[in-house]
Design a binder for this molecule. Structure first.
Ligand code: URA
Length: 239
């Protein structure tokens, strides 16, 4: 059960309004609780057990938000950066006051699936190597892959500096001088894929994350677009 919270905080959070505007809306009688106008910004309510509305329109309560983003290259995958643009600059205004953060990082030049959420426990479960949620990447490498490299990935390879890696999968999808490969890993150390490949003399020319657990990137999302996950998609991550 959610705990009771001040009405102005609930309205601000759920309607993406600054707190001062939420207070004004409440004082002007625009907010109703269970169908009755409530003009008390400091009154406390449990959003899971009461129905809130603003100007007569129901406010659907969501404790947490889960968004799928198709990340373009060129943006940092962090909550904020004083100097450079980040994936958070792509979040539309209606979600921008939710305290969202990227659950896991992609490099600036990596494309593809990123989950933005305000649910820290969910992010932790998705990222913890102990939970073994495999992330699949498509990569174009700069040299042919020897089958011994696939075996080394499966056994658990190491970075050049000796840092050990958990078992991973390297599958060649299109062989050649610059092969297209699928790489699945369940941990997310800094430059995980690039350093695993680098340890075997392979450079990564292009990298895209295409799935997290059983959740696949919705390719109808243009790069830079995001949408909410369905309940089934959320469950698929751990399924
Ligand atoms: N591994 C990398 O090297 N880079 C990424 O962005 C993600 C995984």
């Amino acid at each position: 059960m959610a705990k009771s919270e001040r009405l102005d905080k609930l309205i601000a959070h759920q309607c993406a309004l600054p707190r001062s505007e939420a207070v004004r809306a409440i004082r002007r009688g625009r907010v109703a609780v269970d169908g009755k106008t409530c003009r008390l910004p400091d009154s406390k309510w449990d959003p899971e057990t009461v129905a809130l509305s603003l100007d007569g329109a129901a406010i659907g309560y969501k404790k947490f938000l889960y968004l799928m983003l198709n990340k373009p290259a060129g943006l940092l995958c962090v909550s904020r950066d004083p100097k450079a643009p980040t994936v958070m600059d792509l979040v539309p205004p209606e979600w921008s006051r939710r305290g969202l953060f990227p659950a896991g990082r992609l490099d600036k030049d990596t494309h593809g699936l990123v989950i933005l959420t305000d649910d820290g426990d969910f992010a932790h479960r998705m990222l913890s190597p102990k939970k073994a949620v495999y992330k699949h990447y498509r990569a174009i490498l700069d040299a042919p892959v020897d089958p011994a490299v696939c075996e080394a990935f499966a056994a658990g390879t190491a970075f050049e500096d000796g840092t050990p890696c958990l078992p991973a999968e390297l599958t060649v999808l299109e062989a050649g001088e610059t092969p297209l490969v699928d790489i699945a890993v369940c941990e997310g150390k800094y430059h995980q894929v690039k350093r695993m490949c680098g340890a075997h003399g392979l450079g990564v020319n292009w990298l895209k994350r295409i799935s997290i657990g059983g959740l696949t990137l919705d390719e109808s999302l243009e790069e830079g677009e995001m949408r909410e996950l369905t309940e089934a998609e959320k469950a698929a991550i751990f399924g």
